[in-house]
Design a binder for this molecule. Structure first.
Ligand code: NAP
Length: 515
């Protein structure tokens, strides 16, 4: 019998032994930067052909890894191999499939510092942010392994005289897994292993800015003994090979996390029946957000300010759950704004391999330019009260930025910026705050700080966010504790890390025998 699921504890970097372990891991990873990685289809490792490079956003002259660039032909082959492998993999018993995840989770625990170090270099995560990402990935593996074991047990149906009735969950087929770069270990590992443990085979196309950590995860699955072809690793530009993977008639389901634009594109294309296709494709689409923290005049303002700053600037504001709107009651607006600015001023921006820096670089040149463009828009729409500039030279840094006086229909209040830019919006009263909070096309995360019991109850009912938090920040959902997924254009509300998640990767078969 397995021990109960428990979340992986975060590493305490104030302990000298943990600091030393992380420094050693960073040194090891630094010595391995720039290596060449293949496309892996079945047991074939493809190293010929064009390549692309993943670079360190905090030091854009440093190459993190060089990858074979997946092509359309490779995508077709990967789907074929995944489909062939499916015929064997689907027969592997659920408990056996789950054990691959448990073994890989253990391998990841052993390599935790190293995996974190890869993310420090590849996506510019701070030490604690990288550690949290690996911890979440391990949690997904442990949680989904147990979930599959639970789902494989006899499911309750109403007994009927003279018959034996049963319901069980069977896999779907080839799953295209298309993750984003911002949780390049956790989300990639979560979607992939949910598919695999449910009995599907996978074509995994990592985000082009974060393929190395994806490969490192793939290595852990290989080391755990996962048969070749169950996961096929296909790095390459989504814009060039994404449609081929999504459109293929043998692709049975698509697990995507990323922007609203690409999610919508996948949704549309997947709806079309292609020649030779005999099913309606399943899509699991988790997309962007315009998340809020709302604070009323009864709230503890110090706790609210801590929550806003942590949620707005953790990982440079590049979390789908990041607080990009602070909606503040007019009576406490000036005081709370001041507290937020004071705290944000203390954030240090720079290369995250140095643990003194709390905020690294944003992911790439395009994101850097886009965020600076939003900062220009913010200067028109509101008042710049902090930051507003690019950070140190040599990397894609941006200062923590705050705009006050943003109105609810402004672009800064409506569009996902995905960077360290906070829009502060005044509300007249609680009703006005709820209206503003719910007034975007998204609905991913949100928080309410209040000490008024009836407003907390109203917030529970009226605030439309897939993940709503009362009197705490809106980031940092834990696997199993706060199943994660958003409403409206934030996605299909799949609730990753929850008890319903694996059902999305399976189909229920009802069997009846009359004696
Ligand atoms: P993105 O640009 O949409 O990319 C996501 C993935 O889609 C990448 O692997 C990308 O590959 C691929 N892709 C690009 N074009 C494609 C196409 N035509 N067909 C199929 N795949 C394609 O998003 P991102 O910048 O990586 O991630 C940031 C976004 O993710 C934000 O909007 C954030 O809010 C959202 N997000 C949501 C959640 C959630 O749970 N709701 C969690 C994390 C992030 P390339 O890298 O090769 O372009």
């Amino acid at each position: 019998m397995l021990p109960e699921f428990k979340n992986t504890p975060f590493t305490d970097f104030s302990k000298p032994e943990n600091r030393k372990a992380m420094e050693d891991a960073l040194a090891k990873v630094k010595s391995e930067l720039g290596k060449r990685y293949p496309v892996v289809i079945g047991s074939e490792r493809i190293t010929e052909g064009e390549t692309f490079k993943s670079i360190n956003p905090a030091n854009y002259n440093q190459v993190v890894g060089e990858f074979t660039k997946g092509t359309k032909d490779m995508a077709l082959k990967a789907i074929q191999v995944a489909d062939d492998t499916f015929h064997d993999w689907k027969k592997v018993p659920a408990y056996e499939r789950a054990r691959y995840l448990l073994k890989a989770a253990e391998i990841m625990r052993q390599r935790k510092f190293e995996l974190s170090a890869w993310m420090v270099y590849e996506v510019s995560k701070s030490w604690p942010e990288a550690d949290g990402d690996v911890a979440e990935a391990i949690d997904f593996l442990e949680f989904y392994a147990r979930e599959m074991m639970r789902l494989s047990e006899p499911q309750p149906v109403v007994p009927y005289p003279g018959e034996e009735n049963e319901l069980y969950y069977i896999p779907l087929g080839v799953c295209a897994v298309i993750p984003p770069w911002n949780f390049p270990c956790a989300i990639l590992a979560g979607m992939t292993t949910a598919a695999v443990v449910s009995g599907n085979t996978v074509v995994l196309k990592p985000a082009s800015t974060a393929p190395t950590i994806g490969y490192k995860f793939f290595e852990c699955m290989e080391e755990a003994g996962l048969p070749a072809g169950v996961i096929n690793f296909l790095p390459g530009p989504g814009g060039a090979i994404g449609d081929t993977i999504v459109d293929h008639p043998k692709t049975r389901l698509i697990a995507f996390t990323g922007s609203m634009e690409i999610g919508q594109r996948i949704h549309e294309r997947a709806a079309k029946l292609n020649e030779g296709q005999i099913w309606i494709k399943r899509t699991i689409l988790e997309m962007g957000g315009k998340d809020f923290i709302m604070v009323d005049e009864t709230a503890d303002l110090d706790k609210a300010a801590d929550g806003i700053v942590t949620a707005a600037y953790g990982f440079q504001g590049q979390k789908c759950s990041a607080c990009s709107r602070a909606i503040i009651h007019e009576d406490i607006y000036d005081v709370l704004l001041q507290k937020v600015v004071e705290r944000a001023k203390k954030i240090t921006v720079g290369k995250p391999d140095n643990p003194q820096n709390n905020m690294g670089a944003v992911i790439d040149k395009a994101a850097h330019a886009k965020i600076l463009e939003y900062i220009s828009i913010g200067k028109e729409e509101g008042e710049l009260v902090l930051g507003g500039n690019a950070g140190p030279e040599g990397g894609y840094f941006i200062e923590p930025t705050i705009f006050s006086g943003i109105k609810d229909k402004d672009r800064l209040a409506q569009e996902e910026i995905f960077g360290p830019v906070l829009a502060v919006i005044k509300c007249k009263d609680f009703d006005d705050g709820v209206r503003i909070a719910n007034g975007t096309m998204f609905g991913l995360t949100g928080a309410l700080f209040s000490n008024n019991r009836s407003r907390l109850e109203r917030g529970r009912r009226e605030l439309m966010a897939g993940n709503l938090y009362l009197n705490r920040k809106c980031t940092g959902a834990l696997v199993g504790v706060q199943p994660f997924g958003g409403f409206n254009m934030s996605g299909t509300d799949s609730k990753a890390g929850g008890r319903d998640y694996l059902l999305l990767f399976t189909q229920g078969k009802s069997v009846c025998e009359r004696f």
